[in-house]
Design a protein around this ligand. Sequence first.
Ligand code: IPE
Ligand code: IPE
Ligand code: MG
Length: 235
Amino acid sequence: MKSSASTVVEMPRHVGLIMDGNRRWARAAGLARVSEGHRAGADHLEDVLGWLTERGIQHVSVYVLSADNIRKRDADEVAYLFRLIESVVPVQARQWSDWQLHIAGDLALLPESCATALRDAVEVTRNRRSHLTLAIGYDPKEAVRDAVRGLLAEGVDVEDDALVAAISDRLPGGPIKDIDLVVRTSGEHRISGFFPWQSQHAEIVFSDKMWPSFAEKDLDAALAEYTRRRRAAAS
Ligand code: IPE
Ligand code: IPE
Ligand code: MG
């Protein structure tokens, strides 16, 4: 039994967002093209980041595009998504005052202009106080493989816990790797490869809302659910 002092539950330190449902949102809204759902989804991320900032959350990881999405989706849709990322992320990165950008994913899967725009955006946000990781061209097993490959290449010889910590340190993303709360929208109850290493102890909350209509009150409901579950686990 833990003392009551230890049952005080904070907000999640690091929030993960699987933003899903853009195409269904566009279809339900009667829009002519699913790309309009992706555009709305990109705009909506700005709103959600603002709400998270207002709630004091300084570590956020977002699933933007998986390596599987790039490999398996229609070429026109993928080309649109690359153009959207290339046009939106660098502009937003320059407008934020607090978010330091990190990219998790294989930039070699992206057109060179898009990869360069993302590298530049990462550069201009250096040394900011909050950390936003965008998963783009991301595959979790490849990320772990690359981390291990880096250690092997350096001839690092560590064992057990130190090796686990060394792999964690080498994973892409901000300084706090562990994710406390994962929110997936659109009613799908899957993880789809969203940072499984980092989400080992995460609470997962599923929302039926499509990403572009995920509202501030839905975020608050997810945060309240996190607090409720952590309190139950601590009592
Ligand atoms: C999420 O929305 C965005 C990406 C995966 C790029 P979807 O495009 O998966 O939209 P739905 O889930 O098909 O509605
Ligand atoms: C997974 O979305 C990745 C993102 C939300 C960016 P999908 O909508 O492609 O997921 P699956 O493939 O249906 O699991
Ligand atoms: Mg989807």
